[in-house]
Design a protein around this ligand. Sequence first.
Ligand code: NAP
Length: 297
Amino acid sequence: MSAAIIDGKAFAEGLRARIATHAGEFAAKAGRKAGLAVVLVGEDPASQVYVRNKGKQTIACGMESFEHKLAADTSEADLLAVVEALNADPAVDGILVQLPLPGHMNEQKVIAAINPDKDVDGFHVVNVGRLSTGLPGFVPCTPLGCVMLLKDKLGSLEGLDAVVIGRSNIVGKPMAQLLIAESCTVTVAHSRTKDLPEVVRRADIVVAAVGRPEMVKGEWIKPGATVIDVGINRVPGTQEGKSRLVGDVDFASASAVAGAITPVPGGVGPMTIAVLLRNTIVAAHRNEGLALDESAI
Ligand code: NAP
């Protein structure tokens, strides 16, 4: 293996420490803690784990965590009423509605009901528009975490060729926007892309957000490129009955060619909640009209 490992776990720890300092200063100035509200509808086991971890990390960073757990058969109108109450609550700086929502609810309608200035997930169309026009808003946590890791490793990204594999609203598209903002030359690949290996081979930066275990092979990677693996895929383990997590990149072959690479687990994954907390402390300062050097967090 020749690639340097990009340690997202360590970076996220450092980020949380910086957030905790800002959260303490915020509480002293505002006379209250910054607050993050998480709404969970139903009992999806993976969502329950995410919500529990978000709550724990919010509190550990010195912020207030408000959890709203609603039954799976809650009506859309009742969920919208909860969102409205959180929009109006001055103790709540950030609102996150855990996705996916049960099938009888319209996710777009629910996200659209969140006040964009409390939309710390960055999924509201107003924040999507702000990102694409270069206005301050909130950026989805996973792609923002990827850019933080890239800048930490490479410094300026200006002029680099970047290929983003995947065009989802939560990862691929905002990732491409962020890389454009960093003055990369960006190609977005997807399931209809012709000759994906050849497209990837041109890239100084490869971001894989596909959801297909170990799809991106080492021979697709330009020697020395930086590889960010967003994928989280559970596959059967070597021992019977056990499973393991792998990314969208074939780590063994890619790490022999790349200059730097994120592992799975321990790469992009730990960044998502840390960036959610970063967005929340930013929201809190904006909501109270307090100064904060957002680029330094
Ligand atoms: P998604 O909504 O399913 O989107 C997948 C994208 O990959 C689509 O744009 C799709 O193309 C493209 N794709 C599928 N098969 C392809 C192929 N054979 N060749 C090229 N492109 C292909 O997934 P997502 O939500 O963006 O998530 C992607 C991965 O990131 C998943 O493994 C997910 O678990 C992981 N993830 C991790 C985090 C985290 O680290 N915290 C957060 C979010 C997601 P089309 O548009 O043409 O269908």
